[in-house]
Design a protein around this ligand. Structure first.
Ligand code: F6R
Length: 260
């Protein structure tokens, strides 16, 4: 497989410590946009429980005037198939619920929702929009218990752009609570690993013991599609933020290197 780069790994005292860290990274990227620059920096968010506290803090950051929402363009990784931005259970709905200023960004055209119907032309147009915006400067990522990133499930190719995918049963089970009394969707539109690896900088967060095995495989297992997150080891600018529980399956040497 391709050469293996070493992501920077930090084990934090607790998951909450990631919030100021992520805000600082986001602010730095937003401020990197020079006066008169061709593009405002594009930041791509992940959804899910891992980032709940972060989005609440981002909301406060914007509402209280510490971060100018016109200083960056936003987008995100993935959407359940057919879930328009206003539909409960969907990713954009979740983002705008937790961080309402993102709703205004959508209205202004400075947040690019993933095309939720998955038509080929719309996915290529979305990729072109990302390219025209100068590419993704900062990509936030979570990880699934099965090693998925975005909805690239085990077996995913490293060389795909935005595409429609079938969700693994463990992914559907983990999403169950957001769809009750209905069943979770079977398909989603997702950024492929090629799209993710195209970002300038990637920060993956994983918290809790449920993620420990996937984190160890991502960082210490083989680099292949069995653990899609292992693809991050082919990228030169990745930071992995863990809490002690998520780091608990790392072997001793790696864990020692990781604490910083
Ligand atoms: C969400 C996404 C998923 C999640 C992952 C972890 O946009 O792309 O890959 O990051 O399933 O989800 P949580 O954070 O709920 O554990």
């Amino acid at each position: 497989m391709e050469h293996s780069a070493t992501p920077e790994v930090r084990v934090l005292d607790a998951a909450e410590a990631a919030v100021p860290f992520l805000l600082q990274e986001l602010r730095a990227v937003a401020l990197s946009s020079d006066e008169g620059a061709e593009h405002r920096p594009l930041i791509s968010f992940a959804t899910g429980g891992t980032f709940t506290a972060f989005f609440r803090a981002l909301d406060a950051e914007i509402q209280e005037g510490r971060l100018d929402p016109t200083s960056f363009v936003g987008t995100h990784l993935d959407e359940y198939m057919g879930f328009e931005p206003e539909r409960a259970g969907g990713m954009v709905h979740e983002l705008t619920l937790r961080c309402p200023p993102l709703r205004d960004m959508i209205a202004r055209g400075s947040f690019l929702p993933v095309p939720c119907h998955g038509a080929e032309g719309s996915l290529r147009a979305h990729e072109e929009r990302i390219e025209r915006a100068g590419g993704i400067k900062l990509q936030l990522l979570g990880i699934g218990r099965n090693g998925h990133v975005a909805f690239n499930e085990p077996g995913a190719s490293f060389d795909e752009g935005f595409h429609v995918t079938a969700l693994a049963e463990s992914t559907r089970a983990d999403a169950k609570s957001r769809f009750v009394p209905d069943q979770p969707p079977r398909r989603a539109v997702t950024a492929g690993l090629r799209s993710i690896l195209g970002a300038e900088r990637i920060i993956l967060c994983a918290f809790g013991s449920d993620k420990a095995e996937a984190v160890a495989t991502m960082l210490q297992g083989e680099i292949n599609g069995t653990c899609p997150a292992s693809a991050l080891r082919t990228h030169k600018n990745v930071l992995v933020l863990l809490d002690p529980a998520a780091a608990s399956n790392l072997d001793a040497d790696k864990a020692a290197d990781a604490i910083s």
